[in-house]
Design a protein around this ligand. Structure first.
Ligand SMILES: [Zn+2]
Length: 346
């Protein structure tokens, strides 16, 4: 992409969005009029495996790098939005047990938000990555109407991340653990086959959404079961973790085993959205993750299957929309920036 045509310079004060991932940080700039100044991925190594000190320095480099790319003077920046994978508290303290991305002991209980704020000397606002993506999907979909609308988002990846947005704001919860939609237990009737073992999640719950609708759920639960039903399938010869990653390619070719697995995932998300319909009755149901990056006919089939299995009342059917989360690789940084802009505009 031609970087010159894809980068603007600010016309007003700005906020910066920083998305911290397992290998890369992604950065963006949002000006006070709601315009993103960067329309492509701008990444640098996140160095999270080197521990907190290196990772905070890498975030500071991402911050100065994006200001330089957009010719934004530091004096125009009013706040920074930061998102990371969870679990973490509402104020950006990494779980005391660590997590996949933050496995070193020095990360346990580390206040990444506070550390970045101290390092760059500007207010830093924190959300987990799924909440940031949900917030971006909400604002992108509703535009000027966003502050008056509600939505839920399910992001299917290694796990199942989620977000609940009410009146344009992410619900964080008392401990920062609202919107952990992957760990909502769902009714399994109509999801599992007769005699299929109840899937178990890494969190210890049986039959929650992530135990079915995630890459981990495919690897641990769905694929081992479905391979007993399709013993001649070529994926039976692959290690299960590799086979799980290859499954989407088969789904795009309408392979019966793959469609059985993804059909179960879509039905599970439909059950989750049915619960959401009775909790916050949102105006939009968003779906994101790897499945969104699949071939258009496949992702549309997946979304339609989710919709068919979300039981809405007639009034709700007329009021609600189902949509895919756009620009997923940029959604975290952009959602973090939106949250920062709201905090300084309020
Ligand atoms: Zn779980």
């Amino acid at each position: 992409m031609d970087q010159n045509s894809a980068v603007r310079t600010p016309a007003s004060w700005v906020v910066v969005g920083l998305d911290n991932g397992g290998t890369c940080n992604n950065a963006t700039v949002l000006d006070a009029t709601g315009q993103f100044l960067v329309d492509h991925l701008v990444e640098n190594p996140s160095r999270v495996q080197d521990g907190p000190e290196s990772a905070v320095e890498a975030l500071a480099e991402a911050f100065t790098g994006i200001l330089s790319l957009t010719s934004t003077p530091l004096s125009l920046v009013r706040a920074v939005g930061l998102d990371t994978p969870g679990p973490a508290s509402a104020t950006g303290v990494i779980s005391s047990k660590g997590s996949t991305n933050f496995s070193q002991v020095s990360w346990h209980g580390f206040d990444i938000r506070g550390a970045l704020e101290a390092r760059i000397g500007l207010p830093v606002l924190y959300h987990n990555d799924a909440n940031a993506a949900a917030l971006y999907a909400h604002h992108r979909h509703f535009g000027a109407e966003a502050p008056a609308r509600s939505s839920v988002a399910a992001i299917v990846g290694t796990g199942l991340g989620g977000g609940v947005v009410e009146a344009g704001k992410v619900i964080s919860g008392a401990a920062g653990m609202a919107g952990e939609l992957g760990h909502v237990q769902i009714p399994l009737h109509g999801v599992l086959e007769e005699g299929q073992p109840v899937p178990v999640c890494n969190c210890g719950f049986a039959g929650d959404v992530e135990s079915i609708a995630s890459l981990t759920g495919i690897t641990n639960n769905l694929l081992p079961y479905w391979l007993t039903r399709f013993p001649e399938h070529p994926l039976a010869d692959e290690p299960v973790a590799k086979a799980a990653k290859m499954l989407r390619g088969y789904g795009e070719k309408e392979d019966p085993l793959a469609l059985a697995v993804f059909g179960q995932q879509a039905r599970a998300i439909g059950k989750l959205f049915t619960i959401a319909a009775n909790f916050t009755d949102p105006a939009a149901y968003f779906l994101g993750g790897g499945v969104v990056e699949a071939a258009p006919h496949f992702r549309q089939w997946f979304l339609n299957t989710v919709r068919e299995h979300t039981q809405l009342r007639r009034e709700q059917q007329e009021a609600a929309t189902f949509a895919l989360v756009p620009d997923l690789d940029m959604a975290g940084a952009r959602g973090a920036a939106v949250a920062a802009l709201e905090s300084v505009s309020a």
